[in-house]
Design a protein around this ligand. Structure first.
Ligand code: FAE
Length: 537
């Protein structure tokens, strides 16, 4: 599926396929077994998490010949359930869908004001989590591959001017000349065939939304993806098993998606130097007098019970647990006194990339189609708007029947930032973010969608997000920041106040990016790892 498969890549994929999905699984070339690892263990380098940033770190460490252990709190998604599928679809969610829930918590709460979207499920280490804070909840992926397992695959490189505004200390020539191209190539980014896009029923929803945007004088752009559009075309032609065309996305894709377990992580395992351990949640980190990091790791079973707690030592520690995960680990370490030297910038500079979801009611003659691909392929690009910059992805809503809803995930430029504080009672980080901080996003999105509605004599949908709201501004797919580059870390992700400790994920980006973030997270991790491996041996 992924282009240019090397021998190393194939070895890694074989190791992932051979590994047991459950138990204290060690996945590696020489250790694809469910043999229980010792209660105290050591690796020269440990990577926490297995999403984009973590996977880059694991591959580059493995290539450098450094024995590396990856610790991931979610499970390995390689074993079919009773229905023969690894993942369940959005229309028929079961326990695989969400992380220890009794009911799914999909972003779209209702349809025609009815609670018909969410379903009861039994608790299980499912693939999508919704982390709830007081005024904001954050969707994240859980499992080997992190967010790459559940996301919409949109692989967007930010506009250079805004990237430079957000991260001025990063050499943009190098990013756009070397690291972004490398990230896109490694992730297997591709674009939809425009001729097929224009003809297929599966993107009718995008074409209608495009026409309405153009009627308002707005610009639309094709959006690259890590979903294999060749596979999608074969799905449409009946030559491949349907995944994006069968409602699969936020609870995982059974086919077609180049998630990082199939790209970076497979290659990392193929080096023979990298081992992944699943269902292993890093709870605490401290440092021994000789400099060794000691991680306290809870190994859980399928019921969520902590089966045992082990200690893992390492010389170099790479945090790739995502914006929430990495920030929490560092904040806890600072506040409990385990790593007292960490600076006050840990826990600051968090943002939701201005995320906001909204739906428009289309005219009865402007059908969006019963058949919709789950992978967005087009966006409305009004980022150059001087007062209200917005990049709005034209989102699918595949319900299997005509519903005349045009759905969007808008990314807005929101200057508000949240902070995390450590709550000792629950031993967790709490996000301080108030609903009023969404107002800049609501104002910007309203400006764009009012303009589109005016030009097409259409209105908002009131039935989708609960409480007659036209904007869902209470959740995000794009958590960014918490350990911001150049503040909580140096300009390469080295955590200030502790040597040989690194952040390598979305926590580095200061709250806003203007586009969907995973290409940038990957490219930044590539850039930082090259420097770290050259200098911090
Ligand atoms: P991430 O991928 O979140 O990986 C962190 C990993 O660490 C996870 O596997 C966690 O289970 C694990 N972890 C956390 N805490 C611990 C711990 N204490 N111990 C062990 N393991 C731990 O981090 N972005 C795009 O660019 N395009 C899209 O189309 C897009 N669509 C999205 C749709 C959805 C539904 C969601 C949820 C996200 C979407 N995103 C999209 C966001 C994107 O997936 C996200 O920015 C990246 O996955 C973040 O990458 P990180 O490396 O920061």
């Amino acid at each position: 599926m992924t282009p240019n498969l090397t021998r190393r890549h194939l070895l890694g994929i074989a190791a992932l396929q051979a590994a047991s999905a459950f138990g204290f699984t060690r996945i590696g070339l020489s250790a694809a077994s469910a043999v229980e690892p010792p209660a105290t263990d050591y690796a020269p380098a440990v990577v926490v998490g297995s999403g984009y940033g973590a996977a880059v770190a694991a591959l580059r460490l493995g290539e450098a010949g450094i024995d590396t252990l990856v610790l991931e709190m979610g499970r390995l998604w390689n074993t079919p359930g009773p229905d023969g599928k690894v993942f369940c679809s959005t229309s028929a969610p079961d326990r695989r869908s969400m992380w220890f829930r009794t009911r799914t918590e999909a972003p779209l709460a209702t349809f025609l004001w009815l609670d018909v979207v969410n379903k009861n499920i039994s608790p299980y280490p499912g693939v999508l989590d919704r982390v709830r804070y007081a005024d904001m909840s954050v969707f994240v992926g859980r499992g080997v591959g992190g967010g790459s397992l559940v996301n919409g695959g949109m692989a967007v490189t930010p506009p250079r001017a805004y990237f430079t505004e957000v991260l001025p200390q990063v050499d943009a020539d190098q990013m756009y000349g070397t690291w972004f191209p490398r990230a896109r190539q490694m992730l297997g980014v591709n674009t939809v065939d425009p001729a097929w896009f224009e003809a297929t029923e599966w993107y009718r929803f995008s074409r209608i939304a495009r026409r309405h945007a153009h009627n308002a004088g707005l610009r639309t752009v094709f959006v690259p993806s890590v979903y294999d559009f060749g596979h999608m075309q074969r799905e449409a032609a009946g030559q491949a098993v349907k995944s994006a065309l069968a409602g699969e996305v936020i609870y995982g894709n059974n086919h077609g998606k180049r998630s990082v377990d199939k790209t970076y992580l497979a290659q990392a395992l193929g080096t023979g130097k990298v081992t992944v351990r699943t269902l292993s949640r890093v709870r605490a980190v401290r440092r021994e007098p000789d400099g060794t990091f000691v991680l306290t790791v809870d190994e859980t079973d399928a019921s969520g019970r902590v089966a045992r707690t082990v200690e893992v030592g390492c010389r170099q520690l790479f945090l790739g647990a995502g914006s929430l995960g990495s920030t929490e680990i560092l904040l806890r370490a600072r506040e409990t006194g385990a790593l007292p030297g960490l600076g006050q910038d840990v826990g600051r500079g968090w943002g939701h990339n201005g995320n906001l979801m909204t739906g428009r009611a289309m005219h009865v003659w402007d059908t969006v189609g019963a058949n919709q691909a789950t992978m967005p392929a087009m966006g409305i690009d009004d980022w150059s708007n001087p007062t209200h910059p917005v990049f709005a992805e034209i989102a699918p809503l595949p319900m299997g029947f005509e519903h005349w809803i045009s759905l969007y995930l808008a990314i807005t430029k929101n200057p508000e930032r949240g902070t995390f504080t450590y709550d000792a009672a629950s031993d967790s980080a709490k996000l301080n973010w108030s609903r009023s901080q969404n107002q800049p996003s609501v104002t910007a999105a309203k400006s764009l969608f009012d303009r589109i509605n005016r030009a097409n004599a259409t209105i908002h949908r009131y039935d989708l997000f609960g409480g007659n709201r036209i904007f869902a501004d209470d959740f995000t797919y794009h958590p960014l920041g918490g350990c911001v580059l150049g503040r909580a870390t140096d300009d390469w992700g080295r955590v200030k106040g502790s040597s040989l400790l690194y952040v390598t994920d979305g926590a580095l980006i200061p709250g806003s990016l203007g586009v969907n973030p995973f290409v940038t997270i990957t490219a930044l991790a590539e850039r930082n790892m090259a420097r770290i491996l050259a200098e911090d041996a």
